[in-house]
Design a binder for this molecule. Structure first.
Ligand code: FAD
Length: 468
């Protein structure tokens, strides 16, 4: 079957890959001139890459890891030491670590927490551990029910001291959804903590060895096209055309000729914000499309700063614990493709970004440089401060869905009430929230729904898609 897919982010590309594997012919239509959506990257005139976001792959990403293995590119994931490193704002230029020993879960996680004495006192650790018990014992059903609370409300209800939130969870909330603990749903943090505590390598992190566009999206495209599929850039979906029975008749593209792409089945793998604007009038009363009205993307800014010297040799992600910034990394250490012995390239995520998203790049960089004076006092406060050589600022006004309390009920399934129309995208219902793993899984789930609804000779004879 010919299957038209709008959007060449990870969800659209993964959906196309699994459909092609099942013997279908996917045609991916991407609005922009670049692959990858929120993992898109560009090369500047010097050949240096800059990205939509600093992206971390976790051990707890089974579908993503399986995808790397199926594409034969596992060696592109550069796994780092199993630790989490936080800046210490009261002691500028110093770090506090949660080191995970090589032991089974949850022992390794518990030891990592218990051994860290810089950030939490013993009574705080004990109260936090006791507070977490229902999530550990009752599992995901409890975690889902907690979507009615913000993380701050949940912590209070479990009698966990406020300092635990300040010390650890402002940084975690900002890293997971670019918002603060008083805004983020308790379900998000509890889901992440459960994964990190229940899987030995759940919280272990990897960086890709180069730009996501080249090193991950391109092999996906090669896989899809080698099996007869197509991936077209500069092909924006303008309107979903309907048959008299309100099923999809075609995708009308917004280009010079107003081309109509006709297929047997259709998938939207667009983010939720553009999808909401494009839902055809007759579908608007359907529950699935009313549901998504309650979701919207959250703003975030990704900065790249190149310096005249090395600022650090830390080869890992860092939680800045700065009011302005979230996580950052010196990509000249962490990423083989961006490696430099002489100069640091810091990639930093600015969040929450609501107040900054409309400011000029100069203002954003000036504010970030002030924060760097606290993160790297030795390099910015002496007589010969480090010099900023160049910078790139990438703003995403609507990124992953804002995961505030109550959003779980607004996430649609991949199968819709329209007989020939499916949804993929990190915002659709799957257990990995708004993340790369969530996007890959959503694409796979959409492909699986199609394969179940329309079996091909390959799928009926062979196999079920392996969902992890
Ligand atoms: C700064 C930042 C940091 C992040 N860090 C991490 C991280 O460390 N780890 C992690 O797991 N995740 C991270 N994420 C989240 C992750 O990038 C996303 O969850 C994931 O990439 C979303 O994939 P998607 O395919 O669902 O959506 P998208 O990537 O948004 O893809 C949707 C595609 O649809 C296209 N499109 C839109 N409108 C149309 C149209 N009309 N016609 C055709 N195409 C259209 C878009 O151009 C886009 O290419 C981060 C995101 C950001 C922004």
């Amino acid at each position: 079957m010919r299957i038209a897919i709008a959007g060449a982010g990870l969800a659209g590309l993964s959906c196309a890959k699994y459909l092609a594997d099942a013997g279908h012919v996917p045609i991916v239509l991407e609005r922009r001139d670049v692959l990858g959506g929120k993992i898109a990257a560009w090369q500047d005139q010097d050949g240096d890459w800059y990205e939509t976001g600093l992206h971390i792959f976790f051990g707890a990403y089974p579908n993503m890891l399986q995808l790397f293995s199926e594409l034969g590119i596992e060696d592109r994931l550069q796994w780092k030491e199993h630790t989490m490193i936080f800046n210490q704002p009261e002691k500028p230029g110093t770090y506090s670590r949660f080191d995970f020993p090589d032991l089974p879960a949850p022992v390794n996680g518990l030891i990592a927490i218990l051994r860290n004495n810089d950030m939490l006192t013993w009574p705080e650790k004990i109260k936090f551990g006791l507070g977490l018990l229902p999530a550990i014992v009752k599992g995901q059903s409890y975690v889902e029910q907690m979507d009615r609370y913000s993380w701050s409300q949940w912590m209070k209800s479990r009698n966990i001291p406020e300092r635990v939130e300040k010390e650890v969870f402002i940084a975690m909330s900002k890293a997971l959804n670019f918002i603060n603990p008083d805004e983020i749903s308790a379900t998000i943090l509890l889901t992440a903590l459960n994964r990190f505590l229940q899987e030995k390598n759940g919280s272990r992190m990897a960086f890709l060895d180069g730009s996501p566009t080249e090193r991950l999206c391109q092999p996906l495209v090669e896989h899809i096209t080698s099996r007869g599929g197509q991936v077209r850039l500069n092909a924006p979906l303008k309107e979903i055309l309907l048959n008299p029975d309100n099923s999809v008749k075609g995708f009308l593209l917004r280009d010079n000729n107003d081309e109509i792409v006709e297929a047997d089945l259709y998938v939207s793998a667009m983010p939720v914000d553009p999808l909401k604007t494009i839902v055809p009038e007759p579908w608007r009363s359907l529950e699935c499309f009313q549901q998504i009205q309650g979701l919207e993307g959250v703003p975030v800014i990704n900065l790249h700063l190149w310096f005249d010297r090395k600022l650090t040799d830390i080869d890992h992600l860092l939680f800045s614990r700065s009011p302005l910034l979230s996580v950052y990394a010196d990509m000249s250490n962490t990423c083989k493709g961006y490696y430099s012995e002489e100069r640091s390239m810091l990639e930093l995520v600015l969040a929450p970004a609501q107040e900054w998203i409309n400011k000029s790049d100069q203002e954003i960089i000036a504010a970030t440089m002030q924060e760097l004076e606290k993160l790297f006092p030795d390099h910015f406060q002496g007589d010969t401060p480090a010099k900023l050589l160049k910078s790139h600022v990438v703003k995403t006004p609507r990124s992953v869905y804002r995961a505030t309390p109550g959003r779980q009920a607004h996430r649609p399934l991949q199968r819709t009430p329209v007989s020939n129309f499916y949804l993929a995208g990190d915002f659709t219902m799957q257990q990995y929230l708004g993340s790369m793993e969530g996007a890959v899984l959503s694409g796979k789930l959409a492909a699986q729904a199609i394969v179940e609804d329309f079996p091909t000779s390959i799928t009926s004879e062979n196999q079920q898609m392996s969902l992890v």
